[in-house]
Write a protein that binds this ligand. Sequence first.
Ligand SMILES: NC(=O)c1ccc[n+]([C@@H]2O[C@H](COP(=O)([O-])OP(=O)(O)OC[C@H]3O[C@@H](n4cnc5c(N)ncnc54)[C@H](OP(=O)(O)O)[C@@H]3O)[C@@H](O)[C@H]2O)c1
Length: 329
Amino acid sequence: MKAYLLHAYGPPENLLLSEVPKPEPGPGEVLVQIRATSVNPYDWHHMRGEPRAARLVPGGFGKRRPQHSILGCDLAGVVEGVGSGVTAFQPGDNVYALVTHGSYAEYACVPEELLAPKPSSLSFEEAAAVPMAGATAIQAVRDDAQVRSGQRVLVNGASSGVGTFAVQLARTAGAEVTAVCGGRNADLVKGLGAVAVIDYAAEDFTKVARDFDVLVDIAGSPRITAAKRILRPQGSYVIIGGKAGRWFRPMDHRIAGELIGKFSSQRILGTDVVIGPVSARNLEELGRHADNGDVKPVIDRQFTFAELPAAMRYVEAGHASGKVVVSLP
Ligand SMILES: NC(=O)c1ccc[n+]([C@@H]2O[C@H](COP(=O)([O-])OP(=O)(O)OC[C@H]3O[C@@H](n4cnc5c(N)ncnc54)[C@H](OP(=O)(O)O)[C@@H]3O)[C@@H](O)[C@H]2O)c1
C-alpha cells in the first residue's frame, strides 16, 4: 500500500510517499481501507517536532525523530477485514475514527474500540473532517464548559476547524453564540448559528465583550487576565489552542491559564482531546448531530492524496476556514 513516511522532523517535503506492506489486523483490530483523512495542526506540529518541549513529554512526538513514521489522526473508510475477537464491525462497514497516528496511508489497523459508524448523511471527506476537531469541540463545549441552554458563549477562533464545530455544538445546546473571527468569515460563522460576530482584526474582544457565561478560546490570542474580564464571576474559560512556537507554545498558554484559574472564581481549564473509547462515543454523538442536521462539517479545501504535503503546508499557514481534507482513490 502507499503511505507517507516521515523519518526526520522538518517541512512537508520530508513526508515521503512510499510503498509499504499492507498491515494485517491483530486481535481486536479492524483493517480499514481509508477513503479520506484530514490535516490538523497537531499533524504539522508532529511533522516539525515542534514545540520541542513536546518531544520530552511521555507519549509525545519522540525525542530525536518522530515516534510514528506514519502521521495522521483522522480517518473515514471501509472495513476490509477484522482480527480475532472483533464483534462490532464487519467487512463492508463504513466507519470513521480518531487515531493517534497512521491515517496518511491507504490502509490502517484500528483498535475496534476507536471506531464509530460513519454518519450516513456525510461523505467520506465530510466524515474525515470530524474526528480531531469535532471530538475536541464536543469535549470543550459539552464536558469542560458544560454549556447549557440560554447561556452566552463566546468562541474565539470560530472559523477554525475546531471553532466551526464549537459554534454549532453550543448553538445546538441552546446557547447564544458570539463568534470572534476575521471579517471575511463573518457570513460563514453566522451560517453556523452565531448571533454576533467580532472581527479580531478590527476589535479586541476582551475590550468590547462582557457578561459571558463561557469563553471557548481556540485561537489562544488574548492575555488570560484580559480575557477573564469578559466572563461573569462564575463563568467558565476553556482553553483549546494557542499561538504556535518552536519551544513551548502553545503549551505555555494553557499552563498559564490553569495556574491563573487556581486564584479565580471563574473556572479556567484546558481541553485535551481524548483518543480512546471516549472519542468513539463522541464520534457516535457527533454522527447523530450530523444525521439530524444540527452539525455540518465545514470543508475549506479538499486535496488529493498526492497533494497531502501541500495540504499540510496550507494548514500550517493558519488560515483555513473550517477543515482541510484529503481524499484517497
Ligand atoms: N487541546 C486539544 O486537544 C486540541 C485539539 C485540536 C486542536 N487544538 C489546537 O486548537 C487550535 C486550533 O486548531 P484548528 O484545527 O481549529 O486550527 P485551524 O483550523 O488551522 O485554525 C485556523 C483558523 O484560525 C483563525 N484564527 C487565527 N488567528 C486568529 C485570531 N487571533 N482570532 C480568531 N481567529 C483566528 C484563522 O482565521 P483567519 O484566517 O481569519 O486568521 C483560521 O480560520 C490549534 O492551536 C490546535 O493546535 C488543540
